[in-house]
Design a protein around this ligand. Structure first.
Ligand code: MOS
Length: 701
């Protein structure tokens, strides 16, 4: 794997140099405690019981026999649980009504929580939970997702639909037209650390030790849900073993808090892997139609991307796959629309690069098909349609370095030597091919507060309610603070993930480090002004605080994006239909890179997920039961080490012009376009287009 950086930004301090994680030693020695393993005296354990019908009502929960079992302390359910009020607006709007857990007898999907058995030990709770009998009045359900099925609608929410120009006229006037349908399956986050929370009442405050993407977010929602004074809720999330969009307010925190209230002792709730399949959200399957029309020279006249996803019957979440191409390629007529259909399934949610991941598979595959029709190189086709301003918005780009990514990527991948004709390269039983695709992701930022303390011993302490979900955010903030303070990183301690530190953006939308870094540099600027006065530092130190709400409010309207170019080489076994990825290269223009070591891991992790998405991942629902078939990591396949070849990720110099540190955000772009690059390589190897993921052996043969 390469260890060079292409970037040429003059870097004088800690930012831009490779640093291992500041908590790395604690993590690899087991000293770092995750939410499910922090010890507490008098700790009780809750075990979830989930519905076994996909729609209906709970008739009865037969608690009595279970309450007589060893160690069992309580059986919470809709008949006896503390009341909550889910009618509020949280950080991301109205919550998924799953927060109103145990508030009514309705079952809207298979795997809905119907009871929590609490016992002295986790084993006792589990045994009792598996013994608990729940009776239902089942109703008929419908979980069958397909393109254009009855009930599909275009949501009213902003941004679901964009239309510029006369699409049908431009299609009719086009020399080359691609009209193709693509599907992606239901996919799950499958974080290595399943959701876990311990709740307790301490001196009149509700304290929750959690695994989440934002302790401000979770604390705020718990306070609203339980009608508590926000100051009386404290949420901490010191270490997180993966999140990917799934770790917000979920039933584990709520039920741990309910049980801690009822029993007046600390209660821990840990989800099993299987339970995460219905309780934490997932990526909706998509059915997409892409129509592209071009002149003979490849210039787009018509662009139409229609995305369809599913949602639950209780809440609307839309996987906006059709949004992907809005900033990318210009066309005389440019139409996009996202549609959705409610079914008797759990509500989907954000999952790494929501919208962009499935959307890029469809659109970047369609562009490859168009390049073939035009007799053009796929990179040249993209260059031909590079817009001067946002194709839909008309707004200028804050910076746009897509073509530089393709140039650098093509050079390093050896693209110039490629024979574009498919099905020509053979090595024994393997057909070989290469493919490419565009990656892009929006550059966002959210308001945060931070505090920086100059300690009497010459060190500095940063406090911010950031979350390090495994990305290395804590280390990145250490480097950012060190450079701002003009001291070595060893003199800076960054404390994160404690809602008592004040409001901050969550780790999501690839905007964590940018949002928190902005606040940290602002607090340091304030501190340096105070220290410039030559004051002596008292024993408790000198603390400066920041709040970026106003500064971010002054940002003007622009198209802000990261970009990237994905390349893949595959070998396809003509006897078994197996696709092996042989190598991948991703070149990204994603702002200033804070820590090359962890940034490279983040890109490679996303690209690895692209392999998974292209070849392995697929949650299968049984229409008869309404539940999953094989809801675990044996049945739900993800790329294993043996599936992952040499992956190189690198970047070009692309500092954000507005961010104080030059950050854009790198959390999600690594997966974007990766599956399309692989699918395009499979076409180049075999001559067959694969428009349905995953590209399983039975589909290849
Ligand atoms: Mo990510 S899907 O923005 O948590």
């Amino acid at each position: 794997m390469t260890t060079t950086t292409t970037g040429t930004t003059a870097v004088t301090g800690a930012v831009g140099t490779a640093h291992t994680r500041v908590e790395g030693l604690a993590k690899v020695t087991g000293a770092a405690r995750y939410a499910g393993e922090i010890p507490f005296a008098e700790l009780a354990h809750g075990w979830l019981v989930l519905s076994t019908v996909a729609r209906g009502r709970i008739r009865s929960v037969e608690s009595a026999p279970v309450l007589a079992m060893p160690g069992v302390l309580a059986v919470l359910h809709h008949g006896n649980a503390p009341r909550v009020d889910g009618d509020y607006l949280g950080m991301l709007g109205r919550p998924d009504p799953i927060v109103e857990v145990f508030q009514h007898d309705r079952v809207p999907f298979m795997g809905w929580p119907v009871a929590l058995v609490v016992a002295e030990t986790s084993e006792q709770a589990r045994e009792a939970a598996e013994t608990l009998v729940v009776h239902y009045d089942a109703e008929s359900h419908d979980v069958a997702f397909s393109a254009g099925r009855p009930g599909t609608y275009t949501p009213d929410a902003a941004g679901m639909q964009t239309e510029k120009g006369d699409l049908e006229a431009e299609l009719a006037a086009s020399t080359h037209v691609v009209d193709a349908e693509y599907t992606t399956p239901e996919e799950h986050h499958s974080a290595m650390e399943p959701h876990a929370a311990t709740a307790r009442w301490d001196s009149g405050r509700l304290e929750v030790f959690d695994s989440n993407q934002g302790s401000t977010w979770v604390a705020d929602e718990l306070a609203k849900l339980f009608s508590l004074d926000p100051a009386s809720v404290r949420v901490r999330s010191e270490h997180v073993g993966g999140a990917f969009g799934a770790k917000g307010i979920r039933v584990h925190q709520i039920l741990a808090a309910m049980a801690a209230t009822v029993l007046d002792r600390p209660v821990r709730v840990v989800m099993t892997r299987r339970q995460t399949f219905s309780l934490v959200g997932y990526r909706s399957p998509t059915a997409q139609r892409v129509r592209l029309g071009a002149d003979s020279d490849g210039r787009l006249r018509a662009f139409d991307h229609q995305g369809q996803s599913l949602t639950s019957t209780v809440h609307e979440f839309v996987e906006q796959s059709a949004g992907f191409g809005r900033p990318l390629y210009d066309a005389d007529a440019h139409h996009t629309v996202n549609r959705v259909v409610p079914l008797d399934v759990p509500t989907p949610t954000f999952m790494r690069a929501p919208g962009e991941a499935p959307g890029s598979f469809a659109l970047e595959s369609a562009l490859d098909e168009l390049a073939e029709k035009c007799g053009m190189d796929p990179i040249a086709l993209r260059a031909r349609n590079e817009p001067a301003v946002g194709p839909v918005s008309g707004l200028p780009f804050s910076s746009r370095n897509l073509l530089s990514c393709f140039q650098e990527g093509a050079r390093r991948f050896g693209w110039a030597d490629r024979d574009p004709r498919p099905g020509l390269r053979r090595e024994g039983r393997w057909l070989l091919g290469t493919g490419t695709a565009t990656a892009t992701f929006p550059v966002l930022v959210g308001p945060s507060t931070a505090a920086v303390t100059a300690e009497a011993d010459g060190t500095f302490t940063v406090r911010i309610t950031a979350a390090d979900v495994g990305t290395g955010a804590r280390t990145a903030l250490t480097l950012i603070a060190a450079d701002a303070l003009k001291v070595a990183p060893e003199r800076v301690q960054v404390r994160i993930a404690d809602s008592d530190f004040g409001p901050a953006m969550l780790a999501g939308g690839s905007m964590g480090t940018r949002s928190w870094g902005w606040a940290v540099t602002a607090a340091v600027r304030e501190l340096r002004e105070q220290l410039a006065l030559g004051v002596d530092i008292p024993e408790q130190g000198i603390t400066a605080r920041s709040d970026t709400t106003e500064a971010l409010g002054a940002l003007t309207q622009k198209e802000r994006h990261s970009f990237g170019a994905q390349f893949a080489e595959v070998a396809v076994d003509v006897t078994s239909g197996e696709v092996r990825v042989r190598r991948m290269l991703g070149i990204f223009a994603a702002g200033r890179i804070i820590n090359p070591l962890t940034a490279r891991s983040q890109f490679i992790g996303g690209m690895t997920w692209g392999i998974s998405m292209a070849l392995h991942e697929e949650a299968v629902r049984d229409p008869a039961s309404g539940g999953h078939v094989g809801a675990d990591l044996a049945g739900y396949h993800i790329a294993a080490n043996a599936d992952v070849p040499l992956i190189e990720a690198d970047w070009i110099d692309d500092p954000d012009p507005e961010d104080p540190v030059g950050i854009k955000g790198i959390g999600e772009i690594g997966i974007v376009g990766a599956a399309a690059a692989i699918a395009n390589a499979v076409w180049h190897a075999t001559g067959a287009r694969h428009r349905h993921l995953p590209i399983r052996p039975d589909r290849v043969l």
